[in-house]
Design a protein around this ligand. Structure first.
Ligand SMILES: Cc1ncc(COP(=O)(O)O)c(C=O)c1O
Length: 399
């Protein structure tokens, strides 16, 4: 392309390769540590009995880490199954070459979606006789068995057969010739609460209910059916929650959902959020910073403008409540977080320059900031923090 201006000719063609090689670390990015994922899975697996399987929960693009990368490293660490939330997530993972069994944890209720699931070798979660019948008909149509997991509701009141009807319905389901029941499961609602060892806690009551149902349907006699109940918190409570398989998300990514952490467990965060300093300015005492002027400098202040904002997934309600790390030092974020940028007080630093890298989540030296810290400050949960990062943030994979 040529642009003619004031008798001068500019030829941009020779710069066209620049666009193809925009550095993913030029603005803000997520660094995913594959080895951390692998060792976390290995460590968590070592807490399970020999025959208990590990399902790596990689829904929501692997909790914002990249589902394919997480799956590959989780499998290296010993995961034998993968859990996704949606049909699309399952198809994407299957077509990326993942061969292990994949369970869709969300509900598929149309014949069309169930056929697509069958065609892509994805196991659906089934919560009703109606869905079982559709699966059986699909299996019959193709002259094959449709593998699936049955879900029982033991106290979450989300998906699953009613617990007091399940035993009776299971007898009917067993007679369906074209389905293969690969698993029976339930989901804990409150395992990360501090009272989960209390026999009267919801968590223990759910476990009892699940156990009772399995005894009534004599599931242990059928070793082909995997039973599973525990998420990260459930698996970390104790072995009573492990059954034939655990479904682990948060702790595989390096964070414990329990307030008391097992001393033998040293989980490593697999996600680092990093950003470049895009601009530096010095403001006088008494100058307001960002929208609404919520921060006013109390001294002559050096500000770093970082290229990241709420459109990248940093919650705006963290404004003025977080630190950023550079070279083993914390620097406070000041003023409202804007859509694409935020300001940090770097008055005490002589070394931070335009183009320097700062750490929003992860470690630098012996300083660490975790999604658990952000969650506490923004009154949410670490799961939500991890799932909020937007595609605009490139993911860079490092070992
Ligand atoms: C059905 C189901 N199982 C397992 C998990 C994994 O939970 P966690 O991230 O707490 O390990 C989830 C996540 O929400 C889930 O919905």
């Amino acid at each position: 392309m040529q642009i003619r201006q004031k008798n001068q000719e500019f030829n941009f063609d020779k710069y066209s390769s620049f666009e193809k090689s925009i550095d993913p670390k030029q603005r803000a990015w997520i660094e995913v540590k594959g080895k951390a994922l692998e060792t976390n899975v290995r460590q968590l697996k070592s807490q399970l009995s020999k025959n208990c399987q590990f399902m790596a929960v990689v829904k929501a693009d692997g909790y914002g880490h990249d589902a394919k990368v997480v799956s590959d490293y989780a499998i290296k660490g010993g995961a034998s199954q993968l859990g996704v939330a949606t049909l699309k997530e399952g198809i994407k993972l299957r077509s990326s070459g993942v061969k292990k069994p994949i369970l869709i944890l969300g509900n598929l209720y149309t014949k069309r979606d169930l056929i697509i699931s069958f065609k892509n070798d994805l196991m659906p979660t089934i919560s009703s006789i109606r869905e079982c019948l559709i699966c059986n008909n699909i299996g019959k149509h193709f002259g094959l068995k449709f593998s699936l997991h049955l879900k029982v509701d033991t106290g979450m009141s989300r998906l699953g057969f009613e617990s007091d009807e399940f035993v009776q319905q299971f007898e009917k389901i067993k007679s369906f010739e074209n389905i293969s029941i690969d698993g029976i499961y339930s989901h804990l609602s409150s395992a990360d609460e501090d009272n989960s060892l209390d026999p009267k806690s919801i968590t223990q009551l759910q476990r009892h209910k699940f156990q009772e149902i399995l005894e009534q349907i004599n599931v242990d006699r059928n070793h082909n059916i995997k039973t599973h109940l525990a998420n990260s918190a459930g698996m970390l409570i104790n072995k009573d929650f492990h059954f034939h398989m655990v479904r682990v998300g948060l702790s595989m990514y390096g964070y414990s959902p329990l307030s008391k952490i097992d001393k033998n467990l040293s989980l490593k965060p697999a996600l680092f959020l990093k950003v470049k300093v895009a601009f530096i300015r010095i403001i006088d005492k008494g100058v307001s910073v960002s929208y609404g002027g919520k921060f006013v400098s109390t001294r002559k202040t050096k500000l770093a403008v970082l290229s990241i904002g709420y459109a990248d997934g940093v919650p705006r309600n963290l404004s003025g409540k977080i630190n950023v790390i550079h070279n083993n030092n914390f620097y406070p974020q000041v003023g409202s977080i804007t859509m694409d940028q935020m300001m940090v007080d770097i008055t005490d630093s002589n070394e931070i320059k335009v183009g320097s890298t700062m750490v929003l989540l992860g470690s630098d030296g012996n300083k660490t900031i975790s999604p658990l810290d952000w969650a506490r400050e923004s009154n949410t949960i670490p799961w939500e923090i991890l799932c909020s990062f937007k595609n605009r943030l490139p993911k860079v994979h490092v070992d």
